[in-house]
Design a protein around this ligand. Structure first.
Ligand SMILES: Nc1nc2c(c(=O)[nH]1)N[C@H]1C(S)=C(S)[C@@H](COP(=O)(O)O)O[C@H]1N2
Ligand SMILES: [Mo]
Length: 389
C-alpha cells in the first residue's frame, strides 16, 4: 500500500502503528474536555489516509427506484444542515482484555473515543429522494474506494436500513466541531452513525447500496455496549481521592447514574454527572472518595516520586474503581432499559460460563460480557421481552 501521501497527523496521540496510522490519546487528557478537540481525536485506519479535492468529490446512491443517483459535495451541502453531538468509539479496553485472554487486533487502551459535534446532511432525506422503499431486513452498505485496505480492496460497512431512517440520527458529515472535516477523520465526507461502533462510520464515503438481506441473518457488531472508564485518580488530601471518567450508553438511552466503590463493592459513592448533551453524547463524571490508608502501609502521594509499592497501590485502586463502577453503572442503566422498554437482561443465554457468572453476579452484564461480545446488547438475545410489560 502507498503511504507516500499521508497528511501530517496530530502529535498529541500515542502511536500504536504508523502504517496504517493508528493512534490514541491518553484517557486522562480526553476527560478534560466535553467536546473532544480534533488533536485529541483518535485515528483508526485500515489503509492509507488520502486527501481529496472537494470540488471533484461526489457520492453515488444505488438501490432506490431512481436507480443510480449521484450527488456532488456542493449539492449535499445545499441540503439543510443537521448538527448532532455523538461519541465515536472503537474497541476500548482491548489492552485490559488482552491481559485476561489474547485478543485480535490493535491493543487499544481507553483513549479510542471522541465526543464531537458533527454537521452534515441527514441520510434519511437522501434515501427518500432516491426513492428507497423501507423494507424489513435490509441493510445499507457504505463503501470507500479511496485506497486499498488491509483485508480488502476497499473499506465497507453496513447498518440496518431502519437505523439509517431513524429520526435525526445518521448523517453524512462534512463538519467536525464546526470545522470542515479533516482528511484524517474522513473528510470531505464520512458517515456518522450515533450510538453505533466506529467501524460503521465509514470515512471518505463514496457509494451506498441497499439490498443484501442475507446480512441480516447474522448478528453484526452495531450498537455500542454500555461501558465506563476511570480516566484519572488523583490524591487531593492524604486519604481523599478525586476520580474522573467517562461512560457511554450506546444506542440504548442515557446513562442515568454512576456509583463507585473502592472496597470491592461493600460501599458505594455517588459520582456526579458533569456533562451529557442530547441523546448520543458520552457522559463525563467525577467523584471524591475517602479511602483510609491502613496503619503502617504507604501513604498516597502521587505528586512526589512514586515508589514501586505506592505505584502498585494506585494501579490496583484504579482497577478496582474500574470494575466496580461498571457493575453499578450497568445495573442502573439496565434498570432504565427495563422501565422504558420492557426489555430485561437474560444472562442464561450467554454461552461462556465465565462470562455468564460475571453477568449473573452483576445483575446481568459486567464489562467483560460487553467487551467480549462487543456490541450486541440491544439487538441480541441478551435482552428478552419480559412478559409482564
Ligand atoms: N474508509 C475507512 N473508514 C473507516 C475506517 C477505515 O479504515 N477506512 N476505520 C473505521 C473504524 S474501525 C473506526 S473506529 C473509525 C475511526 O474514525 P477516526 O479515525 O476518525 O477516529 O472509522 C471507521 N471508518
Ligand atoms: Mo474501530
Amino acid at each position: 500500500m502507498d503511504y507516500s501521501a499521508e497528511p501530517i497527523h496530530s502529535a498529541l496521540l500515542n502511536v500504536q502503528q504508523s502504517q496504517p496510522f493508528n493512534a490514541e490519546p491518553p484517557a486522562s487528557a480526553l476527560v478534560e474536555f466535553s467536546i473532544t478537540p480534533e488533536d485529541l481525536v483518535y485515528c483508526r485506519n485500515h489503509g492509507p489516509v488520502r486527501e481529496f479535492d472537494d470540488s471533484a468529490y461526489s457520492i453515488v446512491i444505488k438501490g432506490g427506484d431512481k436507480g443510480k443517483v449521484q450527488f456532488s459535495l456542493t449539492e449535499l451541502k445545499a441540503f439543510p444542515k443537521t448538527r448532532i453531538v455523538a461519541a465515536l468509539q472503537a474497541s476500548i479496553r482491548r489492552k485490559e482484555m488482552g491481559a485476561i485472554r489474547p485478543v485480535h487486533g490493535v491493543p487499544w487502551a481507553d483513549g479510542v473515543i471522541a465526543n464531537c459535534r458533527w454537521g452534515g446532511v441527514l441520510l434519511s432525506e437522501l434515501l427518500k429522494l432516491v426513492g428507497l422503499n423501507m423494507q424489513e431486513n435490509l441493510h445499507i452498505c457504505f463503501e470507500s474506494h479511496s485506497t486499498l485496505c488491509q483485508d480488502d480492496t476497499f473499506y465497507g460497512a453496513s447498518i440496518p436500513l431502519a437505523k439509517a431512517m431513524e429520526n435525526g440520527s445518521v448523517i453524512l458529515a462534512y463538519e467536525m466541531n464546526d470545522e470542515p472535516l479533516s482528511a484524517d477523520h474522513g473528510g470531505p465526507l464520512r458517515v456518522v452513525v450515533p450510538g453505533y461502533l466506529g467501524a460503521r462510520w465509514v470515512k471518505w464515503v463514496q457509494s451506498k447500496e441497499t439490498a443484501k438481506p442475507l446480512w441480516d441473518q447474522y448478528p453484526s457488531m452495531t450498537a455500542l455496549p454500555l461501558n465506563s472508564v476511570v480516566a484519572t485518580v488523583n490524591c487531593e488530601e492524604d486519604d481523599e481521592l478525586f476520580v474522573k471518567g467517562y461512560a457511554i450508553a450506546g444506542a440504548t438511552g442515557k446513562v442515568q447514574a454512576i456509583e463507585i466503590s473502592v472496597d470491592y463493592g461493600k460501599t458505594w459513592h455517588n459520582a456526579r454527572i458533569i456533562y451529557q448533551e442530547g441523546r448520543w453524547s458520552w457522559t463525563l463524571w467525577e467523584a471524591e472518595v475517602t479511602c483510609k490508608v491502613e496503619e503502617g502501609k504507604s501513604k498516597f502521594n502521587f505528586d512526589n516520586t512514586l515508589s514501586p509499592s505506592i505505584y502498585h497501590l494506585s494501579l490496583m485502586l484504579g482497577k478496582l474503581v474500574h470494575y466496580t463502577v461498571d457493575a453499578v453503572l450497568l445495573s442502573t442503566v439496565v434498570a432504565g432499559i427495563r422501565r422504558s422498554s420492557g426489555l430485561s437482561p437474560d444472562a442464561s443465554v450467554i454461552p461462556d460460563p465465565t462470562v455468564r457468572s460475571v453477568a449473573e453476579k452483576f445483575l446481568g452484564v459486567g464489562e467483560t460480557v460487553f467487551d467480549v461480545i462487543q456490541a450486541t446488547a440491544v439487538n441480541s438475545s441478551y435482552f428478552k421481552k419480559s412478559s409482564s410489560s
